[in-house]
Design a protein around this ligand. Structure first.
Ligand code: F6R
Length: 609
């Protein structure tokens, strides 16, 4: 949801650093982009509809010769994608970029218009520039003017603000939208996430909600919105730069699909004690006693992370014997969830910034639950706001469609199931069995990659259909949902994920020769039931692609196309069956000519509710 960058330094060219930062944050929004620098005592602003490359084309060869600037890549909320709605916005000498939503902007705008302010955009963000200008005009200092504006706005925001007359100063604030401050030598880079910072420095400061930082090239001061000083410790990022590059792959999505053996390996590194059948989760040690006393788990998450949660529910109930529910985070806080001190509420989130998930965790905290996180982005908001948690260590996931984060989440959920199960009734033998199989998965995922060409052919064959079903049962039902979301977002083919047993209760009416189904049917405890669903589809002339194991003779025989995955424990099968579905979605999108890393209307990190 919008990416923002700010830079202030003594020696380097701000223009280049800002544009580079925008490229790295482009996955957060890409309907328009803009940049503003102060050069001498003059502001130079450029804005363009489309991707960052359109902005670069507008700037052309010009060297803007600046040491301070702000930049933005937009995912539209208020006002359509257009040059006037693109950031940075300004009022007089105040220039700013914003990520988030100003909820009370309409009332504020009306009051400002009554005072004679003239607006040039439809955005909520422009209101903030006018509020700061209004305060500044009544002889408040730059900092005080920002504080005055903050006292009036409601909502979620990360802002970076410049004043044309104070080119030695950059102000950034944060409230419910992510913001990281990179600390370099005689320079600071402010950005929505660390990917825009890591090429310059690995030293960072995380602002908390309600905090403001005033930066000069060689100093900084953090306060709350009322000006009270706050002390902050620096952190060191554990990402390396190459992880944020494509490294020869055509798209980040493909690279990240192929990184999954590593992602799974890294998620379990140091956490598996085979001999004792135990999972060691250091991030939970501070709350271990509390975890022993919980009698219910509620998982809150969105999208792909929600699908991981569904697999987790099946694992935890079957192997750890703990009642578990999974809820869309966006629903959780608006109903009356029954939660108490013996409930653990687990947030699953790649970004750790998803607004709905964050709100759900806050609600759970208010109700006295123990809150835990399964989070990929180290130092992200949800990671910091939960009582304890387990990091994925999957490295940065840049492609908007989540792939390696998903298999890594499933790995952590497996470890968590063993961790919980072994505290309860799970035998050492069962713990060992699960962990031994888990350890074998990276290699098995690599085996699936040998079928890349075959899967690509199938993707091409079906890439012109209008609609399709994704079907699975038990552990593979969430994978059907995941397969469907993946193909929808990457190739814009309409797809529905269903529990295969549900087909006969309605959806089967849609089946004909033009409506194919992808059926996940490994030879497991529900194989025969899934076979019946395949037969019902075939009997109605529907085409079937099966994702199955080599021993599933009947499924292989009746399907139109077959993708074989290696065998593993039933509970771990989702870590394998999802991989061909990711590759299928990728090649369907590529065949249809879409930019798979940046699907239309989407953004990587959904920081608005
Ligand atoms: C789909 C996808 C989204 C995210 C969802 C949650 O490919 O990426 O559905 O899974 O927006 O995001 P996180 O995990 O960052 O909370």
């Amino acid at each position: 949801m919008c990416g923002i960058v700010g830079y202030i330094g003594k020696n380097k060219n701000a223009q280049q650093i800002l544009l580079d930062g925008l490229h790295r944050l482009e996955y957060r929004g890409y309907d328009s982009a803009g940049l503003c620098v102060i050069s001498g005592k003059k502001c130079k602003t450029f804005r363009a509809v489309g991707k960052v490359s359109a902005l670069e084309a507008k700037i052309g060869e010009k060297d803007l010769a600046a040491k301070i600037g702000i930049a933005h890549t937009r995912w539209a909320t208020h006002g359509k994608p257009s040059v006037v709605n693109a950031h940075p916005h300004n009022c007089g000498k105040i220039h700013l970029v914003h990520n988030g939503i100003i909820e009370n902007y309409a009332q504020l705008k009306e009051a400002l218009i009554a005072k004679g302010h003239i607006f040039s955009s439809e955005t909520d963000s422009e209101v903030v520039a006018h509020l700061i200008d209004e305060a500044n005009g009544s002889s408040r200092s730059f900092e005080e003017s920002v504080q005055d504006a903050l006292a009036q706005i409601r909502g979620a925001y990360a802002l970076v603000v410049m004043h044309e007359d104070e080119p030695e100063k950059l102000i950034a604030v944060r409230n419910s939208s992510p913001l990281v401050i990179g600390v370099g030598r005689d320079e600071f880079i402010v950005a929505s996430d660390a990917s825009a910072i890591i090429t310059h420095t690995d030293r960072v400061l995380y602002l908390d909600d309600g905090e403001m930082i005033v930066l000069t090239a060689d100093d900084h001061r953090i306060t709350n919105f009322q000006g009270k000083l706050r002390n902050k410790k620096e952190h060191v990022l554990d990402w390396n730069e190459s992880e944020a590059q494509k490294e020869g792959y055509a798209h980040f999505m493909l690279k990240e699909i192929f990184e999954q053996p590593h992602a799974v390996e890294d998620a379990m590194r140091g956490r598996v004690i085979i001999k004792e059948g135990l999972a060691r989760l250091g991030g939970l040690s501070a709350v271990e006693k509390k975890i022993r006393s919980i009698n219910r788990i509620v998982i809150v998450s969105c999208g792909t992370s929600y699908h991981a949660g569904l697999v987790g529910e099946y694992m935890l109930e079957e192997y750890a014997g703990i009642p578990t529910e999974v809820e869309y985070a966006s629903e959780f806080r608006y109903r009356k969830p029954l939660i108490d001190k013996r409930t653990a509420v687990i947030a699953i989130s790649q970004s750790g910034e998803t607004a709905d998930t964050r709100a759900a965790i806050r609600e759970a905290k208010n109700k006295g639950a123990l809150t835990l996180g399964i989070i990929n982005a180290v130092g992200s908001t949800i990671a910091r706001e939960t009582d304890a948690g387990v990091y994925n260590h999957a490295g940065p996931e840049i492609s908007v469609a989540s792939t390696k984060a998903f298999t890594s989440q499933l790995t952590i959920l497996t470890l968590f199931t063993v961790y919980m199960g072994r505290q309860r009734d799970m035998s050492m033998t069962m713990g060992r069995r699960i962990l031994t199989e888990l350890r074998a998965l990276p290699h098995k995922i690599e085996e699936i990659f040998t079928q890349e060409k075959h899967i690509k052919k199938i993707a091409k064959k079906y890439s012109s259909v209008q609609s399709m079903f994704y079907l699975g049962r038990k552990y593979n039902y969430p994978i059907a949902l995941e397969g469907a979301i993946k193909i929808k977002e990457i190739s814009y083919i309409h797809a529905e994920g269903y529990a295969s047993g549900e087909m006969k209760h309605g959806p089967i009416a849609l089946i004909d020769k033009n409506f194919p189904s992808i059926v996940i049917a490994p030879c497991d405890s529900v194989y025969e039931k899934t076979l019946s669903a395949i037969a019902e589809i075939r009997a109605r002339s529907g085409k079937v692609v099966v994702i199955t194991t080599s021993d599933a003779t009947e499924a292989i025989k009746i399907a139109d196309d077959v993708i074989i995955v290696p065998k593993t424990l039933e509970m771990l099968m989702p870590l394998l069956t999802v991989v061909p579905l990711q590759i299928l979605a990728y090649y369907a999108g590529v065949t249809r000519g879409y930019d798979v890393d940046k699907p239309r209307n989407l953004a990587k990190s959904v920081t608005v509710e």
